[in-house]
Ligand binder design. Structure first.
Ligand code: BGC
Length: 710
């Protein structure tokens, strides 16, 4: 069906729908919460969508919707398939978005999207609530793991790629599903990182920092957008017509449908206290431009009353239903209500290979005094609470880690923890490998530091795996203290005292304030939540089977109190202007863009043509192993009408080079890349002086610079 045929079919259907059917089409039912009977009743009434229901239960809902509702409009099933179709036991689990963002490689994001879509579609489902395009700037926030990190440019590139992976070229493709860019907008900017209603935001800031990834998502054709829990200047985003209508539809040209987040309509009454009744909340939500209402089923009756009472025009419902039906028709749902997917694809070789590749590329080596890659060792000790904890390695949103879902399940193979990965590689090299947990991540669960020390005493190297665990991760799990919890630091100190080289590995949902566990270790490896093969990737990096190429998409704080500590801050931010807090060294412990491999890269010959906006730089692999460098381009507007960031990423490219090999890496930039949002909220490039900086990371000393005037 072409666009004209779709539009005609939508109008024809709309004309036949009663007011009740329109209201029902706008409601999304949480199956596990309302139960089977109630769900089937909603299906008969013509509810537009259901979430968190799989398999035969979903099939039954669909059958009832098609056969027993008056118009037989098929429902769409949505699920949180966030880093793989994780709520299905047999799915391929990828690194979290944050870990995947360490690859700085949109092809990795595309592959995650493609594989996840195929597995979700094979379950007969249509829609994932992914990607998260919020930024992880205040890392106390529990959901940092779901973001692509702190930077709008990188998040936008990775986001657009995963969306294309989910959706493909054609929404009717049996192996593709709808994506949902969320949470629109600024959710991560919750004050004090306290999830979730109060956000420090202005429209100018929104446009400058938080909108760019959503613009890329819309340009990539994202079919749906989810609103955020937060607020702007006292107005919850769910009822903000400026961001939802003027900006999203008007300026960005979004043509999919908008879904609220979980129970947002009721939250207007119960949590945000801007409405007295569900009816009042429903009026505001409908009029602001929400098309589908997640879980607040009160909306149905409330909006009917409101239309009858004249507070909401029926055309508002028409518009919402039009957006939903257009997507349903573009998906060809009426002909094929159930996606076929690719039977047998769960955990198939191709999918597992892609998860392995993503895990390998997400390993970030942050320090190394030469101990890595391990050579000539006879005995390796793997120690630490996260060395053999697959739950911690998976992170949030899988079938056995998400608290709202089914925690009871046991993890299903294949997966490889760090302990198993190191054991396997040791076995292949006839190296002895010993393991001890040492302590738990949370206080008081388990502790045998002395035992761990004994185990490691005569080893030639220690791989110590620290981090966080599920009770510290996710929604409503914001942390005030980012330092290593429990007795993990004591464990490090005790091992350090042995005099055996210590490689510290972080398996965690976000940058923790790792302190001396990193700086006093012989090497520090950041793995975040690497998914099924995260542990294997760590082992491969440790033994040099891969040359680590990950770069940080997010800054590491020196202490909790230094957060937020993102790189693209405004000038005058004392903690990075060289002075820092009076009781802490300045700048992050590890900076955005940072990461090393076993080959150093040397930069030279930065050139920029101010007429064509072409930039180039020469990069040389000065090491002895082939390696991949991520060449990063930043700019600064030296004097601007509003305060602009000390630097902002505008492009990056990867180059894989043989030892001694050089390449000239070119960037086709544009005038708009050097723009800002002015006080009138317009995106403009102001005349004056600019600095273009290209190099290895966001650190000043890693960048070559050239100034020019526009
Ligand atoms: C989260 C969303 C998620 C939704 C459905 C909400 O609480 O904020 O990200 O998609 O629940 O599970």
């Amino acid at each position: 069906m072409d666009n004209r045929q779709v539009a005609a079919r939508v109008e024809e259907l709309l004309a036949r729908m009663t007011l009740e059917e329109k209201a029902a089409q706008m409601v999304q039912i949480p199956y596990p919460f309302v139960g089977r009977e109630e769900s089937l009743r909603w299906a008969k009434m013509g509810a537009g969508s259901f979430l968190h229901v799989l398999g035969d239960e979903a099939r039954e809902v669909q059958r009832v919707a098609i056969e027993e509702s008056r118009l037989g409009i098929p429902v769409i099933f949505g699920i949180d398939a966030i880093h793989g179709h994780g709520l299905n036991d047999h799915a391929t689990i990828f690194p979290t978005q944050l870990a995947a963002a360490c690859s700085w490689n949109p092809d990795v994001a595309y592959a995650m999207g493609e594989v996840t879509a195929r597995e979700v579609a094979t379950d007969g489902l249509h829609w994932t609530f992914s990607p998260v395009l919020c930024l992880g700037r205040d890392t106390r926030w529990g959901r940092v793991n779901e973001t692509f990190g702190e930077d709008p440019y990188l998040a936008g590139e990775m986001g657009a790629a995963i969306i294309k992976g989910y959706q493909g070229e054609d929404l009717s493709d049996d192996e593709r599903i709808l994506a949902c860019a969320k949470h629109y907008i600024g959710y991560g900017e919750a004050v004090g990182a306290r999830d979730s209603c109060d956000t420090e935001m202005t429209y100018r800031k929104l446009r400058e920092v938080f909108l760019p990834p959503f613009k890329k998502a819309v340009d990539a054709g994202v079919a749906s957008i989810m609103t955020a829990y937060g607020s702007i200047d006292g107005l919850p985003f769910t009822i903000d017509p400026i961001s939802l209508k003027d900006i999203l539809r008007g300026e960005l040209g979004f043509d999919g449908f908008v879904v609220t987040d979980w129970d947002n309509v009721n939250s207007l009454v119960r949590r945000q206290h801007v409405c007295e009744t569900a009816e009042e909340a429903s009026v505001l939500a409908a009029n602001a431009g929400n098309d589908m209402i997640m879980t607040s089923t009160e909306f149905y009756q409330a909006v009917l009353n409101a239309v009858r009472g004249g507070q909401v025009k029926e055309e508002v419902l028409d518009d919402a239903v039009r957006h939903i039906l257009t997507i349903k028709l573009r998906m060809n749902l009426f002909e094929k209500p159930e996606k076929k997917g690719r039977p047998g694809c769960f955990g198939c070789e191709e999918h597992l290979e892609k998860a392995k590749d993503a895990a390998d590329r997400s390993i970030v080596l942050l320090s190394n005094n030469g101990v890595l890659p391990l050579r000539g060792v006879k005995k390796v000790a793997v120690i630490g609470p996260n060395a053999d904890d697959i739950r911690a390695q998976y992170g949030d949103w899988t079938y056995f880690t998400h608290p709202r879902l089914n925690m009871e399940h046991e993890p299903i193979r294949p997966y490889v923890t760090v302990k198993e990965g190191v054991e396997n590689l040791c076995a292949a090299r006839s190296v002895e490998c010993v393991y001890h947990r040492g302590c738990s991540v949370l206080d008081g669960e388990y502790e045998d530091i002395a035992g761990a020390v004994e185990t490691a005493r005569d080893a030639d190297a220690i791989v110590l795996v620290v981090g966080d665990v599920i009770p510290q991760v996710g929604e409503e799990k914001d942390r005030a203290v980012l330092e290593l919890s429990g007795r993990q630091m004591e464990l490090f100190d005790a091992l350090r005292a042995l005099g055996v080289p210590v490689v510290t590995v972080l398996v965690a949902s976000k940058p923790l304030a790792v302190g001396r566990a990193a700086t006093q270790a012989d090497a520090f490896v950041c793995a975040f939540n690497g998914g099924m093969f995260g542990g294997e990737a760590v082992a491969k990096a440790v033994f040099g089977e891969i040359n680590p190429s990950g770069r940080l998409p997010i800054s590491f704080p020196r202490a909790s109190g230094q957060v937020p500590v993102y790189y693209n801050h405004l000038p005058g931010w004392h903690c990075q202007a060289g002075k820092g807090y009076c009781d802490l060294a300045a700048g992050p412990l590890y900076a955005f863009g940072e990461g090393m491999g076993y080959s150093p890269f040397v930069y030279s010959d930065l050139a920029f043509d101010r007429e064509t906006f072409k930039a180039s730089v020469k990069v040389t692999n000065a090491g002895e192993r082939p390696g991949t460098e991520t060449v990063q381009a930043y700019f600064n507007d030296v004097v601007s009408s509003v305060i602009t960031p000390v630097r902002q990423l505008i492009a990056f490219k990867q180059a894989t080079l043989a030892p001694g090999e050089s390449a000239v890496v070119e960037f086709a930039l544009s005038r708009e890349d050097f723009s800002l949002i002015n006080r009138k909220e317009q995106r403009v490039t102001e005349p004056g002086e600019f600095v273009l900086m290209i190099g290895h990371s966001s650190r000043d000393e890693d960048l070559l610079k050239t100034s020019f005037r526009l």
